[in-house]
Design a protein around this ligand. Sequence first.
Ligand code: NAD
Ligand code: MG
Length: 386
Amino acid sequence: MTGTKRIAVFGSTGSIGTQALQVIAANPSLFSAEVLTAHTNDELLVEQARQFNPNIVVIGDEKKYHKVKEALAATHVKVFAGEDALVEVAAMDCYDIMLAAIVGYAGLKSTLQAIECGKTIALANKETLVVAGDIVMQKALENKAPVIPVDSEHSAIFQCLVGEGRNKIEKIILTASGGPFLGKKPNFLVNVKRDHALQHPNWSMGAKITIDSATLMNKGLEMIEAKWLFNLQPEQVQVLIHPQSIIHSMVMFEDGSIKAQMGLPDMKLPIQYALAFPNRVASSFPRYDFKKPNTLTFEEPDVRTFRNLGLATEALFKGGNMPCVLNAANEIAVFAFLRNRIGFLDITTVVEQTLEKIAFIENPNLDEYFETDGEARNFAASLIQM
Ligand code: NAD
Ligand code: MG
């Protein structure tokens, strides 16, 4: 590939988005940022626009449109606002690669639009695949839109698979740090507060995924994400706790050989890999040092305590609209926990009861996924108001 790759950073003000802009800034001959989008943080969006001089910015909150427009009046940056603008801009010709880094279900429609336009997708937004993975991957195939994972575990698996052609995978082993409450039991978790749950030992991330990491729902979502990305059966996806977060995941092939991808936990690495694929780009990211005292350990997850992982596994096996229900209920519950409306263990209760309530659809179409999401959100919210 010659020339610069033109990147659309959807969710540029978030944890992944800001790290992606660092990668882009460090490699101006390889990448340019052509689209930046933010939900509410207009100040950071304007600052980013002044630095990167993109074609387009989108501010989700329409009330902030005039403020952003005025702040960028002296530039050539075009300003759009509102939810529909995300989808509209996703269809434009001004970029080659969408970095899908919006959090949650909110990232689905713009990503689908980009896929329909045959764009390359660097996918951080795992919820897109959890909600409607079959349709997303089918559309990606039809439109020849490559989907390259950014999530560190899936990037690790993707990297292990380079050069393997049609060689069969026996299983993949997704590693999990275990989060801040590794080894804790329900009698401890029942009293956990928001600020404690927001302290992840190895990674600095957005609020939603940090809570998902503490409840192990993140790993459950990643199992479903992996199934769709790598076309696996549910039985082929295993989770292993690896508290040091040095091995980012592994693939076991049918001959029994295991490949792992390792490195210090730094999301800039998988972000850069996805943007530069199939090339590797020299970086100054800190290196893992084997000379320092280190031990890599592995253990089985405690699914009796961290029941979200079990619920996600059930949704993975059951399929249909169940992962979509799981995701919607979890988004509502995590949002409520972040606002101190419910306790840490209540997150699981809300997800479990919503999974029991919403009717199963075996092969949903896209509209049925949208309806399922709405129903599950409403039901989960009704549980919280009680
Ligand atoms: P974040 O909360 O830090 O950032 C989210 C971004 O999405 C922000 O730019 C925000 O403005 C935008 N956004 C939020 N709600 C929106 C809405 N309703 N409409 C439009 N835009 C909206 O989140 P993050 O940690 O950067 O995570 C982004 C995605 O990447 C998530 O799906 C997460 O699971 C995934 N991911 C993140 C990490 C990480 O290290 N942070 C690692 C792996 C995967
Ligand atoms: Mg991950």
